[in-house]
Design a protein around this ligand. Structure first.
Ligand SMILES: Cc1cc2nc3c(=O)[nH]c(=O)nc-3n(C[C@H](O)[C@H](O)[C@H](O)COP(=O)(O)OP(=O)(O)OC[C@H]3O[C@@H](n4cnc5c(N)ncnc54)[C@H](O)[C@@H]3O)c2cc1C
Length: 438
């Protein structure tokens, strides 16, 4: 009887899981494994919000495996050592796992290869089109989105893989207890796990996405990002689902998945872009700890910025338009380095993802793939455009909830006392800072 180990990483699901599918079809028995690596925590990549989501997702994966006659084996330690040890314990002849794109994932794969040699099988499954599958002539990755999108749209997708109904797993290999959600999380986090992801997928209607995805108060985006980050839902399956639905909303969503793939292929080719400028432009950043703290705490005096930052603290998630506005405010208006801003996002975002977070920050800061690096988003114009009646600001800033649309985005024009800070940058100085308003 042949046995395979499946090492789950960022693919915490049974549906459309290439590593699990390969293990199941090529071996008689499968041992599902997840390794909690203390180095991830030491490096600061496991803050409370994502640990809570991970705890939910692992519990849900274990439940789904048990329903199929199997179970999850959880171990603590170095992933390569623990995987090799489990493979030896159960005489596994092969180990299947999903390929990652970060420097961390690459180091893990090198260590696994060293420990397991030919027994290791890497599978694509993180993105719709695997990172590195598309390259322009003479380069190892696409640096600009539009040509990447054209090549991406021409690429055929692999077929979707069914979730196994049954999975034979040998008795014996012991598991550590599954982790519990830690204290200190944002109060309104989404639940993790494949079941929650599929519920969300079924409930979300892409028909309004095209015209409402930038409307802050409408909240019409899919909110699937944490499920994609942890692999509770496969990006490939979401693209398939959207294509089957059809229409402009579904097309717009698929384009966002292409952005996700684009950032993943950049990071795979340039892992250092997680912390160094992708395109250094000699920017001289301003440093002011008080300004940065006010930004982090949602007290800049610009309601649209503060609303975004408070949504982040409360939900561990922020609307994409608010991410653009708050990141532009920090890097272009206050002229602060993108790295501390990205680090704050990564600390709180439940979808916090090195490829999407760092490269979007670089895009906004003008050090990344943006073809218009001098673009600046004027927070007042953005507020007028994407929160015209102030409903988003009122939702997140109760101290301004009584203000009418006329003043809610410019509370300094309101007659009467307010428990809200004066703007960090005087509004009349804003236009001088905002060179090319968005
Ligand atoms: C400064 C900044 C930081 C960001 N940090 C992250 C992050 O850490 N993790 C993350 O997943 N996304 C990040 N994004 C991208 C985007 O804001 C989120 O993916 C999106 O808001 C998630 O909400 P949703 O699932 O409702 O998105 P939808 O609009 O429903 O889009 C569907 C999916 O497409 C992908 N997607 C959408 N927009 C982008 C984009 N601009 N770049 C890459 N992928 C995208 C996401 O996986 C998303 O779940 C960041 C954007 C900015 C401007």
């Amino acid at each position: 009887m042949s046995t395979a180990v499946v090492l789950f990483t960022q693919d915490l699901r049974l549906h459309d899981n290439p590593a699990l599918h390969a293990a199941r079809t090529r071996a008689d028995q499968v041992v599902p494994l997840f390794v909690l690596d203390p180095a991830v925590e030491r490096a600061g990549f496991a803050p409370p919000n994502r640990r809570a989501f991970l705890a939910d997702s692992l519990a849900d994966l274990d439940r789904a495996l048990r329903a199929a006659g199997s179970r999850l084996v959880l171990r603590h330690g170095d992933p390569a050592e623990q995987t090799a040890r489990l493979a030896a314990e159960c005489d596994a002849t092969t180990v299947h796992t999903a390929a990652g794109v970060s420097a961390f994932a690459t180091r893990r794969e090198t260590a696994l290869r060293r420990a397991l040699g030919e027994r290791l099988h890497l599978h694509d499954g993180l993105t719709v089109v695997p990172a590195g599958a598309l390259t322009p002539a003479g380069r190892d990755h696409y640096a600009v989105f539009t040509p990447y999108l054209r090549a991406w749209q021409r690429t055929p997708h692999r077929p979707l893989l069914p979730a196994p109904r049954t999975l034979a797993t040998p008795d014996g290999p012991p598991s550590d207890p599954l982790p519990q959600a830690p204290a200190g999380t944002s109060p309104d986090l989404p639940p993790g796990g494949e079941r929650a992801a599929r519920r969300r997928l079924r409930a979300w209607d892409p028909d309004h996405y095209d015209h409402l995805h930038d409307d802050l108060a409408a909240d019409a985006t899919s909110r699937l990002s944490p499920y994609l980050h942890f692999g509770c839902l496969s990006a490939r399956e979401l693209a398939h689902h959207a294509a089957a639905h059809g229409g402009p909303g579904a097309d717009a969503l698929v384009r966002q998945l292409a952005w996700r793939d684009f950032h993943h292929q950049v990071l795979a080719a340039r892992p250092d872009a997680a912390h160094t400028d992708y395109r250094p432009r000699g920017t001289r950043w301003h440093h002011d700890e008080q300004e940065r703290r006010a930004w982090r705490e949602g007290r800049t005096g610009y309601p649209i910025v503060d609303a975004g930052m408070r949504q982040l603290a409360h939900e561990g998630w922020m609307h994409n338009r608010a991410r653009l506005i708050t990141a532009s405010f920090l890097t272009k208006t206050l002229r602060h380095d993108w790295r501390p801003g990205a680090a704050h996002f990564l600390h709180l975002l439940v979808d916090g993802d090195l490829a999407n977070n760092q490269l979007n920050w670089q895009w906004i800061a003008g050090t990344g793939n943006d073809t218009r690096p001098n673009r600046v988003l004027n927070p007042l114009r953005q507020a007028e455009r994407y929160d015209p009646d102030g409903a988003y600001v009122r939702r997140w800033l109760p101290e301004l909830a009584h203000l009418p649309a006329r003043t809610v985005h410019q509370p300094w024009t309101h007659d009467g006392p307010l428990d809200y800070p004066a703007p960090l940058i005087p509004p009349d100085a804003l236009s001088a800072r905002v060179r090319a308003a968005g």
